[in-house]
Structures are given as C-alpha cells and as structure tokens.
Ligand binder design. Structure first.
Ligand code: 2M8
Length: 465
C-alpha cells in the first residue's frame, strides 16, 4: 500500500512496517551494482553467473533510472553476441568463469561449431524479444546523444532479431514464431509445457553424467526435476546435432510451440521499433504493418473464446495446450489487442485464478491458483515474478485500467519491501524464493517506483508509450 507523508514524499508500507521509496530505491540500486560485471549484469551471482538475454532487457530498463550508460552497455554487449542470421542467444557465457559455473555450460552448447555463431561462446536458443521495448523505454527515460548513438547501433540489429524470428521460426506458417525449448519461453517450468514435454523421449538417469548447478544453489524441491532436466538436455542435443539450423524443424524437432508471451513480445517489439525508427532515420510504416499482422495472428491462432484467454499452440498436435497459465494474460502488452480480448483477459486476470484487483495483497501468480497442478513453491508453477507482473501492469495502463495497474503496482512494491529483491516469491505469503539479490526484480522495482500513478506525483509515463 502507498501513502504520502505531510511533506509530499511517497511512503510505501509493507508487512506492517514502512519503508520509504528512497530506501527501496537504494536496495534496488545496490543489487544492480553488486551484479554488474564489466559490460553486463548477471541475473544472480550464484545461480546465473553469465549474461541472459531477456534479463538484460529488463535490467537495462532499471539501469536507465540510475546509470543510463550501463543500460546501453548492457544491450550492446548482448547484441555483440548476435548470430549472423539475427538470432540473439539466450546466454552469453563469460569466458573468465571456471568450467562448471553453470549447467549446461559453453562446452555443452558448442556454439563455435555452428554457422554464423559469434566469437563469444553462447547458447543456441533465444528468449522472448523484449529488447526493442527496453531500448525505447531506456531512451525515453533518459534521452541523450549517447543514447541516440546506441539506438542507431541497435536498430538494425533489433530488426535482424525480428527477421530471424519471422522467417526461420514460423514453422507453423501462420505468422507466429515458435519456441523449440521451454527455456526459450522464459517460463521454463510452466505447466503449459507439461503435455508437450511428456512426449519428448528422455530418461532421468542421463543426468548422472552431468552435475546440475541450480540445485547446489537453490532448494531442489523448488526447481525442475531430473526428468525435466533430462528432457531439457535431450532437446538441446537434438537442436545442437543440426548445428542449431532451423530448416526442417517440423520434420525432426520434438518440441515446437507457439507461445502467447513470446509472440506478444514480438508484436510489442514491432510497436517499439515503429517509435525508434523516426529517431534513426528509418520508416516506421513496415513495423506498424508487421505489428498488426502479429496481433491478428495471435488472436487467430492462440485465443480460445471458450476459456477467454490465450494458450500455447502445440505444432505437433495442432492443438491449444489447455493449461491456463499467466502466459495467457501477457498479450495485454499489445496496444492494438482488440477490445473483446482485452476485456476477456481483464476478466481472467480478475478471477480467483489470478486475483487481480484495485487492492490486492499479492501480485499475480505464474499459474492458475485453482488448478490441481498449482505449486506455490516450485519455479514458474505458481510463484509470483516481477517481470511478468511488470508486463501485465504495462498492458493494463495501455488499455485504460489505471485502477488495476495501481493495485498491481502497490502489491509489487510491497512484495519487495517485505522480502527483498528475490528471484520469485511465494504467491500467498510473499516470502522470497529462489536466488536472493536478483537483478530483474531490482531493475523493475526501480521502474515501478518511478512510474507513479496519476494523482500521486503527476503523469504515469508507463501509460504513454
Ligand atoms: C531461468 O532459466 C535458466 C535457463 O535459461 C535456468 O533455469 O537455469 C528462467 O527463469 C529464465 O526466464 C531466466 O532468464 C534465467 C536467468 O534469470 O533463469
């Protein structure tokens, strides 16, 4: 909950105590500074010590509030590792770290053997393309000649990223990109992937040959199982065997899913590129056209009028995955989402499944609370995450629901005030879970703190762009 002191300062109260916004800003800034590593920010010093793609985008938004130069370094270091055909790898490995700092490490991915791979060792997968909106937000937050120069450098690379997804990953032929691994969705362990993953042949015993790094740093009961990891490894091995080429994926790859979040991010990226284009002397028109086509395809292929939400489409069965996860709410970020789907998503988010309200105790969980497979402690199967709540909040602002966006904002601030900058949070108690000192939690906290609702301290920048 938030109130104002007699001198107009904003105070955020939490867990019966009160921490003013200044103390929260200092906590968030200290977390980002501690995770800064020469040209990028690690998501977590312990669990994720390299550079992750969509983490860098969220983190750049945070840096734009306190060190805009680092926002640009973050994005440029990631795009320096872009592959020739436009693929932005989901991990860029830090060569200074010892072997075994993360599993699967560079020796497992073996990117050097693939055509068009950069000099740096990277993974061969991608993550949701949230980078163009991040670059646009960072620039709008802190415009400068250096920022403009960075946008000029980034623009053709962001366009190439979109082109890669639109051409090489439209395996279904319907105008959407597919993910070839749950790691590409960013919501790795979501129940949305259970049925398609069950069809991927694997044996948990193969994990005896490897040492998992995550369970040494996080509670194994909160992480994916060994069988899940055996399937993750089998999918990478299948893609790697073909040197990460995307031709003929439909004939040989066992996991091909059109994800609502991934494609909503792709559409939002075209909208952001349409804003960036005039600044760098490019034509915004084609971006607007592509954005409209993606929104149309998303509604046509992934919206279910019976459930009133979006679902991933499994290209192996050509069916929608029935699970109602938070992935389904994320097309709200699209400014041109038709009113019918907007109201359906607001109804879904406000239902007991997710609990969105103008006054709410906790942010949205990552999965339907009423589902039998809802797990409040296990990663992406119930806990609340800042990045997903941040995306949904932006969507609510875009679609004229500042009341609900304010409820979400207060609950997000309260969560971090109560438990610190954890990776994710218990959806009922708000207890911090996963890695402490997690970068995107800190970065997005800085952003929501700065983005005060109308009436609190003027305009809400999030509503405008
Ligand atoms: C998690 O994913 C990595 C694999 O990429 C892992 O579990 O080891 C996810 O939460 C993903 O969304 C995130 O980008 C990454 C780093 O924070 O961690």
């Amino acid at each position: 909950m938030s109130t104002h002191t007699a001198d107009g300062r904003r105070t955020d109260t939490a867990g019966g105590g009160a921490r003013d916004a200044g103390a929260l800003r200092r906590l968030a800034a200290a977390t980002l500074h501690a995770n800064w590593e020469h040209d990028h920010t690690v998501p977590s010093r312990t669990l994720y010590p390299h550079q992750w793609s969509w983490d860098s985008a969220f983190v750049a938004i945070g840096w734009s509030h306190i060190r805009p130069d680092r926002a640009w370094r973050e994005l440029t270091s990631l795009f320096r590792a872009q592959w020739a055909a436009g693929r932005v790898p989901h991990i860029v490995f830090n060569p200074a770290l010892p072997v075994g700092s993360y599993f699967p490490g560079p020796e497992f991915w073996h990117s050097a053997a693939a055509e068009g791979a950069p000099a740096a060792a990277t993974s061969g997968l991608v993550q949701p393309p949230v980078h163009a909106p991040a670059a646009w937000l960072a620039y709008r937050r802190s415009p400068s000649p250096a920022g403009l120069a960075a946008l000029r450098w980034l623009y053709p690379r962001l366009v190439a990223q979109q082109r890669y997804l639109a051409t090489r990953r439209d395996v279904g032929g319907g105008g959407l990109a597919c993910v070839v691994h749950p790691w590409e969705s960013g919501l790795d362990n979501s129940p949305a992937w259970d049925a398609p993953m069950a069809a991927v042949p694997a044996d948990a015993a193969v994990m005896r040959a490897y040492r998992r790094h995550d369970t040494a740093h996080a509670d194994a009961a909160h992480r994916p199982t060994d069988l899940d990891y055996a399937r993750y490894v089998a999918l990478v091995a299948s893609y790697r065997e073909h040197r990460y080429r995307d031709g003929a994926l439909a004939d040989r790859h066992p996991f091909l899913l059109e994800c609502p979040l991934f494609n909503a991010a792709t559409g939002a990226a075209e909208h952001a590129l349409a804003r960036i284009a005039p600044l760098v002397g490019a034509d915004p028109g084609p971006h607007r056209e592509r954005a409209a086509r993606i929104t149309e395809a998303l509604v046509r292929r992934l919206y279910d009028p019976v459930t009133g939400t979006f679902h991933p489409r499994d290209l192996r069965t050509d069916r929608l995955v029935p699970a109602r996860t938070v992935l389904g709410l994320t097309p709200l970020v699209l400014p041109d989402l038709p009113a019918r789907q907007v109201s359906a998503l607001v109804a879904e988010a406000s239902s007991p499944r997710f609990g969105l309200a103008a006054r709410m105790a906790r942010p949205l969980p990552s999965h339907d609370r009423t589902a039998p497979d809802f797990e409040p402690l296990r990663y992406w199967r119930g806990p609340s995450w800042m990045n997903i709540n941040w995306l949904v909040r932006r969507g609510l602002l875009r679609h004229g629901r500042p009341d609900l966006a304010a409820g979400l904002r207060d609950s997000m601030i309260e969560l971090v005030a109560r438990s610190g900058c954890h990776e994710y949070f218990h959806p009922d108690t708000g207890a911090g879970l996963g890695s402490p000192a997690f970068s995107w939690t800190a970065a997005l906290l800085l952003d929501v703190l700065a983005d005060e609702p109308p009436g609190a301290a003027g305009k809400a920048p999030g509503a405008a762009g």
